[in-house]
Design a protein around this ligand. Structure first.
Ligand SMILES: [Zn+2]
Ligand SMILES: [Zn+2]
Length: 420
């Protein structure tokens, strides 16, 4: 980052650092679950309006979009750099003993979305100052989305036009296994897909003495639960990490009666976006062919969650370079792909961008994990996050001013339809 911007950012953080920590603690004490982030949305709208910005609340009433630009003219195609935070809390009790502990029973910011929200607000306020001074090199959109945990927020933002004119999008997620002052980044997939499937098998049922006069549902189910994972392992590229594991199987009530229905339920996890997109049709084809051999009818219910989040290589490089410019070379580290899901994946299906992990552990401090009722962060991560998001937005803006943007990937667009 240039020296002048760096000095302005340091001055901004010195002036606003305690306001940001206070906001994070306020959000932490008043967590709101997905699609109920009304208070959070109101607080943000008030603060952004006070800074001279024009926040637009999403149609459903929670979450907001804010454009920051020096000139009020339509944006040329794909020049906006978007920064995204998620607002929602988890449905669990807060078990910490801190002054800012959740005041809402059964709701807790255990995934750090209060930190993401605060970081994005801080970055937005600074970029708005730069814009007023005529120093912002292009348009920036802040996306404060609802309901990440329920996986509906990103799709609602996209449906509301949140990606219009966006050329690149970036976000950070808290990582309690990474020290504060560090950013973890990787090119390619950084989170995984996890879908739920339920196979219902039916037949006429009858006496176990005469299986040839029935469709043997139990036998057909047994074949499905063993054949399906085996067939998938030969029909899908092993590098995609696709795995089907059954968690429940149920049929019948008597040892000498073939039942007329049975079910098997399980999860399909996948590290690769292409294989994830193809999985429902393939699973359906295989289930039908196995059940058909035994004369049983079959119905597949395939419940989509989110695809893997696939970081675009150039965006990941920008993230790393920007973070290095504010954190130093030791502040950027390579991170692994996790088997967790993140609905930021939907944005990256439409436009290039990247998700990075923001270190929140006090160096030498205790290990903790996301979604634990005791989850907390080293709040120095807020200032780090603001600096990294600002530097990344500026890096991407300078880049897009210098070179045409790559085309969007969009190869999962069809898969997204009708799966809400
Ligand atoms: Zn979470
Ligand atoms: Zn999260």
């Amino acid at each position: 980052m240039e020296g002048d911007v760096r000095r302005s950012l340091d001055a901004f953080l010195a002036a606003h650092g305690s306001e940001l920590v206070a906001l994070r603690r306020d959000l932490h004490a008043h967590p709101e679950p997905g699609n109920a982030e009304h208070r959070t949305t109101r607080l943000l709208a008030e603060r952004l309006t006070a800074a001279g910005l024009d926040p637009v609340v999403l149609p459903a009433g929670t979450g907001l979009l804010v454009d920051i630009t020096a000139a009020k003219t339509p944006y040329p195609e794909r020049t906006v750099v978007a920064l995204r935070a998620d607002l929602d809390a988890l449905p669990m009790d807060d078990e910490k003993d801190v002054p800012y502990r959740s005041t809402v029973p059964g709701a807790c910011h255990a995934c750090g979305h209060d930190v993401h929200t605060t970081v994005l607000l801080g970055a937005g306020l600074f970029l708005a100052e730069q814009a007023s001074a005529g120093l912002l090199p292009g348009p920036v959109r802040l996306i404060f989305q609802p309901d990440e945990e329920g996986s509906t927020g990103a799709l609602d933002v996209i449906a509301a036009g949140g990606l219009e004119s966006v050329g690149r999008i970036f976000a950070v997620h808290c990582d309690p296994r990474l020290d504060v002052g560090q950013l973890g980044i990787r090119s390619g997939a950084i989170t995984a897909a996890c879908d739920h499937i339920k196979v219902s098998v039916g037949g006429s049922g009858g006496h176990t003495a005469r299986p040839h006069l029935t469709a043997d549902v139990v036998y057909a189910l047994g074949k499905i639960v063993t054949e399906l994972p085996a067939a998938l392992s030969r029909r899908v590229d092993p590098r995609s990490g696709l795995s089907l594991v059954w968690g429940r199987i149920s049929a019948g009530s008597a040892p000498n009666a073939i039942p007329d229905n049975g079910i098997a339920e399980g999860t399909v996890r996948c590290l690769d976006a292409e294989a994830w997109a193809a999985a429902p049709a393939l699973v359906d084809e295989l289930v039908r062919s196995v059940a058909g051999a035994y004369g049983a009818t079959v119905e597949l219910s395939y419940l989509r969650n989110v695809p893997p989040t696939v970081n675009e290589a150039a965006s990941a490089t920008m993230f790393a370079a920007a973070a290095e410019s504010v954190l130093g070379p030791d502040g950027v580290t390579h991170t692994q792909q996790s088997l967790g899901g993140e609905d930021f994946a939907w944005y990256l299906d439409s436009v290039p961008g990247a998700l990075a992990r923001l270190g929140t552990r006090t160096p030498g401090g205790a290990e903790s994990d996301l979604h634990q009722p005791s989850f907390d962060v080293d709040e120095r991560a807020i200032g780090v996050g603001v600096s990294v998001m600002v530097a990344t937005a500026l890096t991407a803006l300078w880049h897009s001013a210098a070179a045409p943007e790559p085309p969007s990937r969009g190869h999962l667009a069809g898969a997204a339809e009708g799966e809400r």
